[in-house]
Design a protein around this ligand. Structure first.
Ligand code: C2E
Ligand code: MG
Ligand code: MG
Ligand code: MG
Length: 293
């Protein structure tokens, strides 16, 4: 039904539309052709261990190169895709291409690295969700351990029991589960207890606030880290840009970070190079590292 609503909404052009909704209207229509026209591509952003420089995981991020408008940011087109129901096709494209990339790396004996795929909350109410995943994994003959899903809290809000079952199945398959943008939704501690999460990613808005301890971000981040540690959940800080932020995170015992300070999202080729060359990353960004604990 949401699909139909989306269609109706966007197949009709109103003369009263403002520029922004007119752009959305055009993009929404073009989005339907983007897969067939080969306008999507993937970039990867490493998650780096502060102490070892090691990269065990990288996040796949979708890019859309529109033939006329150029690069459209996902924050603009993903909501349009969710509204129209196209998100299923798009995330399926992403998932397949990530699996294909992993297969290529495996065939070329490239060092093992787990790739995280962002999944819209919409998937978790789809009946064939798990079956589709298994089918694609079989098709590309990769290990489930090589995969990770990033989901946001909104995914956990809907129909709790069935979501829990779905996450359990994902976990049983051996795929890692990350809770993305932690702290922006309801951020209930209950999520951490009720769902089989391997890691949580602290939203970049908190990381931004760290240096001046705006909005008590230091205390909040510290308590998230401590709680997660007790529950045996890995914490990753998102959007780390400055040495100052990195130093505070290091003091708070957050060991895994992602952000421009280490690397922006990069091509698959550059990712391989980055992963293989971790000497250049070890401790270079922090002056006074805490010993490994
Ligand atoms: P996200 O999953 O929370 O991804 C993090 C976003 O922060 C990415 O933006 C990344 O490029 C950006 N980022 C990383 N490090 C830094 C930093 O140090 N500073 C700043 N300012 N930003 C940083 P991007 O690639 O534009 O993606 C935005 C959002 O779009 C993602 O947020 C995710 O929710 C969604 N998205 C991206 N690809 C996909 C996809 O394949 N499927 C779905 N469903 N959503 C996607
Ligand atoms: Mg993400
Ligand atoms: Mg995020
Ligand atoms: Mg985000």
């Amino acid at each position: 039904r949401a699909k139909e609503q989306g269609k109706n909404k966007y197949n009709v052009f109103h003369s009263g539309m403002n520029i922004q909704s007119y752009r959305s209207f055009l993009l929404q229509n073009d989005l339907r052709k983007a897969i067939d026209n080969n306008e999507f591509f993937l970039v990867y952003q490493p998650k780096v261990n502060i102490h070892s420089g090691q990269v065990k995981s990288a996040e796949a991020l979708l890019r859309w190169k529109h033939p006329v408008w150029g690069l459209i940011p996902p924050n603009e087109f993903i909501p349009l895709a969710e509204e129209s129901g196209l998100i299923f096709e798009i995330d399926q494209w992403v998932f397949k291409n990530v699996c294909k990339q992993i297969q290529t790396w495996n065939n070329n004996q490239v060092e093992y690295i787990r790739i995280a795929v962002n999944l819209s909350a919409k998937h978790f109410v789809e009946k064939n969700f798990i079956q589709n995943i298994i089918q694609v994994i079989d098709e590309f003959q990769i290990e489930t351990m090589q995969l990770e899903f990033e989901i946001t809290e909104t995914a956990l809000l809907a129909n709790e029991e069935s979501i829990k079952q779905t996450l359990k199945q994902i976990k049983e398959l051996g795929i890692h589960i990350s809770l993305d943008d932690y702290g922006t939704g309801y951020s209930s501690i209950i999520y951490l207890r009720n769902f089989p999460l391997d890691s949580i990613k602290i939203d970049q808005s908190y990381i931004n606030d760290l240096p001046n301890n705006m909005n008590n971000s230091v205390e909040i981040v510290e308590s998230i880290i401590n709680l997660a540690k007790k529950l045996n959940i890995t914490v990753i800080a998102e959007g780390v840009e400055t040495v100052e932020q990195l130093e505070i995170l290091n003091e708070l015992q957050c060991k895994e970070v992602q952000g421009y300070i280490y690397s922006p999202p990069i091509s698959s080729e550059n990712l391989v190079e980055y992963v293989q060359n971790d000497d250049s990353k070890i401790l270079t960004k922090i002056n006074d590292p805490k010993p490994l604990s």
